[in-house]
Design a protein around this ligand. Structure first.
Ligand SMILES: NC(=O)c1ccc[n+]([C@@H]2O[C@H](COP(=O)([O-])OP(=O)(O)OC[C@H]3O[C@@H](n4cnc5c(N)ncnc54)[C@H](OP(=O)(O)O)[C@@H]3O)[C@@H](O)[C@H]2O)c1
Length: 283
């Protein structure tokens, strides 16, 4: 099996390649220097040349707030770029993995969203990721759409790294406590992706670490694991305005994973602890 992963210089793409290499699966990680997703010919020709059996599409326009003002670029990358990848996969009869987000949902109530629940994104990034999903489902039968949330990994910037830095710089921090979801450790997700692509259990999945928390609870755990002496106080979203709206309820039901023979990931607390140990020991 030969696998191409986009977004290699990002958080998830990097860990996907590391995992595949550890399994001795032939693979290549690519980023914008190899081809620009907004360029149809470049994207399709590159993939047709490499002839992968699977494309794991991790690259995206991921700046959620900036996306509100940078709509054209965000659309070109997340919707058109995804359509080009799907077109190339169709031509090669390759499997495609499309990484999506909890932000495809409106996030009302407290119920866990199931993979087939109605989508209704409330910010532009979420809208483009949802349209990207539609491009995949329109073009292909051999696809895995994996919705994830609150991502952290060794390669790149994320909430955990920011909180560790602020925790060392400041005595106190206010963090929103009324948005509930699940952190996703790219190391754990990469393991799942590597398992999935070796099956034909196609479809839409939700995959995050186990358990739910607020950003406030997430931060408290980060400060504890990182031994930061910083007081964290809960605030409401209305007191922390952002350019893009965020869903209050990002709880996603992951039971489809085990129904199809995949292992659920460990708890988000265990994942955060291990991640912070790795970060702090590498400094
Ligand atoms: N981060 C989260 O919290 C989160 C939550 C839910 C879902 N997701 C989804 O999970 C996936 C992986 O996220 P991540 O956090 O690993 O992303 P990331 O760290 O932001 O990496 C994204 C990668 O995409 C590349 N890219 C951007 N524009 C490109 C273009 N025009 N052509 C080619 N490559 C381009 C970036 O390259 P440059 O750095 O050179 O621009 C970067 O390497 C994405 O699909 C994202 O939508 C993320």
């Amino acid at each position: 099996m030969k696998v191409l992963a986009t977004g290699f210089k990002g958080q998830l793409g990097y860990d996907v390649i590391k995992r595949l290499e550890a399994l001795n699966i032939e693979c290549k990680g690519v980023d914008i220097d190899d081809f620009d997703l907004t360029n149809k010919d470049q994207t399709i020709n590159y993939i047709l040349d490499y002839k992968p059996d699977v494309v794991v599409h991790c690259a995206a326009y991921t700046a959620v707030d900036k996306a509100e003002d940078n709509r054209e670029l965000c659309y070109n990358i997340n919707v058109n770029g995804t359509a080009y990848i799907a077109e190339a996969c169709k031509k090669l009869d390759a499997k495609m993995v499309y990484i999506s987000t909890d932000y495809v949902f409106e996030g009302l109530g407290t119920d866990e969203y199931k993979p087939d629940d109605k989508k209704n994104p409330i910010n532009y990034y979420g809208e483009t990721k949802s349209l990207g999903e539609d491009e995949v489902t329109k073009a292909l039968e051999k696809f895995f759409i994996i919705r994830i949330s609150w991502v952290f990994g060794v390669n790149g910037n994320n909430f955990v790294k920011t909180m560790l830095r602020l925790g060392a710089e400041r005595d106190s921090l206010n963090v929103v406590a009324d948005q509930i979801g699940s952190p996703t450790y790219t190391y754990d997700l990469a393991e799942l992706i590597a398992d999935m692509i070796q099956t034909d259990k196609y479809g839409i999945y939700h995959a995050t670490n186990e358990g739910f928390c607020s950003w406030y609870e997430f931060t408290e755990e980060i400060m504890k694991c990182g031994n930061r002496n910083c007081k964290v106080s809960p605030i409401e979203s209305k007191d922390y305005p952002t350019r893009a709206k965020r869903p209050f309820n990002s709880r996603m039901d992951k039971s489809k994973l085990e129904e199809n023979g995949f292992k659920r990931m460990r708890s988000w607390q265990e994942a955060v602890q291990e991640y912070i140990n790795i970060l702090e020991n590498n400094q």
